[in-house]
Design a binder for this molecule. Structure first.
Ligand SMILES: Cc1cc2nc3c(=O)[nH]c(=O)nc-3n(C[C@H](O)[C@H](O)[C@H](O)COP(=O)(O)OP(=O)(O)OC[C@H]3O[C@@H](n4cnc5c(N)ncnc54)[C@H](O)[C@@H]3O)c2cc1C
Length: 429
């Protein structure tokens, strides 16, 4: 007999939710987390959409330690000497089930782990699982945790981006550098009312702000700013391959971004309290591994269930939802006494039926489109700057008709390029 009904590796969004579902059904479940506590090693921008958490925690959703409810969506096109920003606010962004929240992973992940523990899950923290135990037929039957061998009828891998264990479990290759981004982020403390004032937000409400262009010195990626209760998260997410080929390291991009005249005043007087870095698997379905094998399922970032659309980054809601479905599938398979690949097919079916795989399929062309959308990072921000300058710079010389002043700017970017890019964006998004 196995030591546990189930083992979950990793206690991020996917892992704790999977463990919560399994424990809630009365099964024994062990969570093994390499960080010293849940949330210690986790990172996001970030904002999470509420719908996924409402589905898991309908009764105690209001207790989740969110930072702010996002009421302002900002997108900026940054050239070396200008910044064009759209600020969108809408009542629809605030409605239950459509709303999103900024989060800090340490308190958020600890809360998720607490729910799993309260439901009966056991936790071991501070140990990295380096190897899976397989039986003579190749079925996963447990893990090596430090010196210990621990067995279970089913193992759920929720160990995040670039997983070595997924390679062992389902034979998947790790995603190529072209489909991975690296994120660096700093958190700055500032009094709550000061953040309200600087971002023109009502108390409790906040801003999600994404930047393309000079934030990454014109290479593939972008800048991010999220307002928390009494802190601001500021970061850069940059394509690994593009950054390796370029000559500006990511830490320098972040330094330069913070010193921009549009950003520095927002951070003035704020105290740096946290610094973190993490990989972002942006390949979506193009890099997704098999989701099950005998005795094992994979969920969240390790299955590259993450998309960067330029105007929003999503991974946490996919991780929560896939963790929930993996947990429920584990219970079903345990009850049926069949945790083989065939017995775990209900996990894949549930994912296929849900927004997770539907979105992944919808966004299948996004990674390739974004990777080759160079003009979004260097070209269009400059074009927008020149157009705006035409409208807003008044120096006493006679005004040209709009058509005459705008045409050369658009021509400079190339009508065909614009047409191709709009068409490409329509197709990919
Ligand atoms: C800079 C940045 C900005 C982002 N912005 C957003 C955003 O705004 N919105 C959004 O939805 N998503 C965003 N994402 C993506 C999002 O953070 C991830 O999709 C999400 O965290 C995935 O959750 P997960 O549970 O799959 O993985 P993780 O949260 O990474 O959890 C994996 C866990 O497994 C543990 N682990 C790893 N290996 C082992 C091992 N061998 N043994 C034991 N434990 C192990 C880790 O310590 C960790 O706790 C962003 C990511 C980054 C890096």
């Amino acid at each position: 007999m196995a030591d546990f009904d189930a083992i979950v590796v990793g206690s991020g969004c996917a892992g704790s939710v999977a463990a919560y579902e399994i424990a809630k059904a009365g099964k024994s479940v062990l969570v093994v987390e390499r960080g010293n506590f849940a949330g210690a090693k986790n990172m996001t921008g970030g904002r999470i959409y509420g719908h996924c958490l409402r589905a898991v925690f309908p009764d105690n959703f209001d207790e989740i330690p969110f930072e702010r409810k996002v009421s302002h969506e900002r997108i900026s096109l940054m050239s070396p000497n200008s910044n064009f920003t759209i600020d969108f606010a809408s009542e629809d962004l605030l409605k239950d089930g459509q709303e999103s929240y900024t989060v800090l992973r340490a308190p958020f992940d600890q809360w998720l782990a607490e729910q799993a523990e309260n439901a009966g899950a056991e936790y071991i923290c501070g140990i990295a699982v380096e190897k899976l135990i397989k039986d003579e037929n190749g079925k996963v039957i447990g893990i090596f945790a430090g010196e210990d061998e621990i067995t279970a009828d089913v193992v759920v891998l929720c160990d995040g981006a670039n997983s070595l264990l997924v390679e062992q479990a389902v034979g998947a290759k790790r995603p190529p550098a072209s489909q991975m981004a690296v994120g660096v982020k700093e958190v700055f403390e500032l009094p709550e009312e000061e953040i309200d004032k600087r971002f023109q937000c009502a108390p409790g409400e906040g801003t999600a702000w994404l930047f393309a262009g000079d934030a990454t010195h014109g290479s593939f990626g972008g800048g991010i700013i999220y307002t928390n209760k009494d802190s601001i998260s500021v970061g850069i997410v940059a394509g690994v391959e593009a950054t390796a080929k370029g000559n500006v390291p990511v830490y320098q991009m972040l330094e330069d971004f913070k010193n921009r005249p549009e950003i520095a005043p927002v951070l003035k007087g704020a105290k740096l309290v946290e610094h973190s870095g993490h990989l972002v698997p942006e390949g979506g379905i193009t890099t997704m591994p098999e989701l099950t094998a005998d005795g094992v399922m994979v969920a969240g970032d390790n299955a590259t269930m993450c998309v960067n659309l330029g105007y929003t980054v999503r991974g946490m809601d996919y991780a929560v939802a896939s963790g929930q479905m993996a947990g429920q599938a584990a219970v079903k398979a345990l009850d049926a006494g069949d945790t083989s690949k065939a017995g775990l097919k209900c996990y894949v079916d549930a994912l296929e039926d849900s927004f997770v795989m539907k979105d992944m399929r919808q966004f299948k062309n996004v990674p390739n489109f974004m990777e080759h959308f160079d003009r979004m990072f260097c070209g269009y921000p400059e074009m927008i700057r020149d157009m705006m300058n035409t409208m807003f710079v008044v120096d006493g010389s006679p005004v040209q008709p709009m058509k005459k002043s705008m045409m050369p700017i658009v021509k400079g970017a190339g009508f065909m390029n614009l047409f191709k890019d709009v068409k490409g964006a329509m197709k990919a998004l």
